[in-house]
Ligand binder design. Sequence first.
Ligand code: NAG
Ligand code: NAG
Ligand code: NAG
Ligand code: NAG
Ligand code: NAG
Ligand code: NAG
Ligand code: NAG
Length: 517
Amino acid sequence: MSIGGMRRLCRLGLAAVLATALCVLTLVDMPPQLPQLPTDSPPTSGSEPPATRSIVAYSWARRLALDYRPSRECTIENNNNNDNDENDNDNNNNSSTASTNTTSNDAKEMWLEAIPGRLFLYAGHLDIRVVGYPSVRVIGVKRESTVSGALFCTIWHEDHEGMHSFSMEALVSDIWLDEWGGTSTGYTGILITCPLPESRTYPTRVFVGNTACYRNSSHSLIIKRGNNMKRKKTHQFTLCVKGLDFDEDISDKLVGFFELSRILGAGMIYVYVFSVHENVTRVLRFYERSNVVRWFRLSLPGDLPNNVIGRRRLFSKDIWIKRRMELIPYNHCFYDNIYNSEFIVPIDIDEMIIPVSVKTWSELLTNERKKLGSNFNDYASYAVRNVYFFPELQSKINDSSLNNRIGNVMDKFNYFDTLRTTNVSPEGDSVKSFVSTKRTLTVHNHYALTTLNPSTRRAYHLDSRDVLKHHHRQCDKDRLNCHDMMSNITVDKSALKYVNEFKARVKRVLTKLNALM
Ligand SMILES: *[C@@H]1O[C@H](CO)[C@@H](O)[C@H](O)[C@H]1NC(C)=O
Ligand SMILES: *[C@@H]1O[C@H](CO)[C@@H](O)[C@H](O)[C@H]1NC(C)=O
Ligand SMILES: *[C@@H]1O[C@H](CO)[C@@H](O)[C@H](O)[C@H]1NC(C)=O
Ligand SMILES: *[C@@H]1O[C@H](CO)[C@@H](O)[C@H](O)[C@H]1NC(C)=O
Ligand SMILES: *[C@@H]1O[C@H](CO)[C@@H](O)[C@H](O)[C@H]1NC(C)=O
Ligand SMILES: *[C@@H]1O[C@H](CO)[C@@H](O)[C@H](O)[C@H]1NC(C)=O
Ligand SMILES: *[C@@H]1O[C@H](CO)[C@@H](O)[C@H](O)[C@H]1NC(C)=O
């Protein structure tokens, strides 16, 4: 039975034990997919009728007003406590170096256990994207079905009179859709919104727990503001690479990924790291120094394992916890860049978004903007459909002119493989997207999960004749019908236009890197 057929069968919800077992087996290693894209009618050309627009605007305003939670000042005693706290200083040089010597970005420090065993906070960001409704967005993880009852934010800010704190009810939304299922005993990412009253000085710290006016400001997150709140974005594209976990020395591969991405238009690349070879750490440091890469050590919250073996065992045994935890770095990357970057792109290093006839992502989206007109802004993300360049296909290639042109670069980097599956994966399946930082509330690995304005649609699929996401990985026989897919292949040379520039750049970087060793 085909996967599509199986999925349909599952959807019908046949209760038979056998069918259930089969469904579980088939679906278990599928990436989460949105159950169904919104089936709105396709965007019409020309401007929307003014009436529609005002209804939409009205309903969003209404929603914002409904979601607003009033704040109250916390009492002076709290402030005194805070002032006396000698540890209340994010510039403490010693604290961040305590547990590891590998990087200053130690994420272990970032998990704040807010409710013991139940609520863990990862990062807090100021979000002033909605005029009149500033908020602090906290990315956290809850232990499923144990966090009940209201949560409250405590926010600290400082003015000429010193530190003050105030508190309000928190709004919590899962960074996950129930339809994706998975076990409910695990941990789920959440986005906590703390609605700020207007006209405050910038808040500096935040805590979320089950009581208002939390007192210990040392036990709280520093609120990040984004480096650049000016109108002009620093970058058009920031890539987000989820937790790398590789024993092998993939440093050359990573250099290739960075350089090809930069040619295509990546201004910044965020990389999250579970565990990598020391040579890979060198590569990350090298790029960090030139301000091209920012990288973060990643750990898991609560009682989830943080040793290499335990973590890998958990992730291979429970794909759902793996998928859920991946969404933490993606959303951190997103909120860290809402003011710096126009789009973020969650992507893996064996993938590359390759336009067919233009050279850069910027040109691609400029053309799309022209095509869609003002409807371009109706979407929170622009999805690129998937094709596989299975490495095991590539030996079939027999074009000596091609081999000469690529030379030994081809041996190391498979971004320039030229044989792919003819069939493009269906819309929504394995896509990767340009996610708008202006219109998105939360992201998952395929596209915007929720939108800032509820009337914005989640995803628009770019035409597969204009751009494809090249996936360079071995065929996964458990998920795909490898035999059928490989029996229908196409030569696709769209990535070859970058080869010369790529070779020159990689050579330059590898020379510099080797000189440093
Ligand atoms: C931290 O270190 C920097 C330089 O290494 C120094 O200038 C600064 O004063 C130190 N801060 C604290 C709080 O010790
Ligand atoms: C921080 O480190 C410096 C130098 O290593 C040391 O003198 C100082 O006592 C440390 N401070 C704390 C609070 O641990
Ligand atoms: C980091 O610390 C560990 C143990 O404390 C040590 O074995 C290792 O050599 C250190 N690595 C570096 C790069 O300093
Ligand atoms: C406040 O938080 C700090 C950091 O987590 C902790 O070390 C300290 O014991 C807490 N103080 C109180 C009074 O709970
Ligand atoms: C790291 O890379 C250098 C240069 O490519 C190589 O000589 C060295 O063997 C590598 N280190 C390890 C531990 O593999
Ligand atoms: C590749 O092409 C060469 C010359 O055109 C030919 O001799 C060789 O048999 C071909 N190899 C395969 C695997 O088709
Ligand atoms: C290969 O895929 C194309 C595109 O879907 C299709 O038109 C064609 O019939 C397929 N060829 C074979 C031999 O299956």
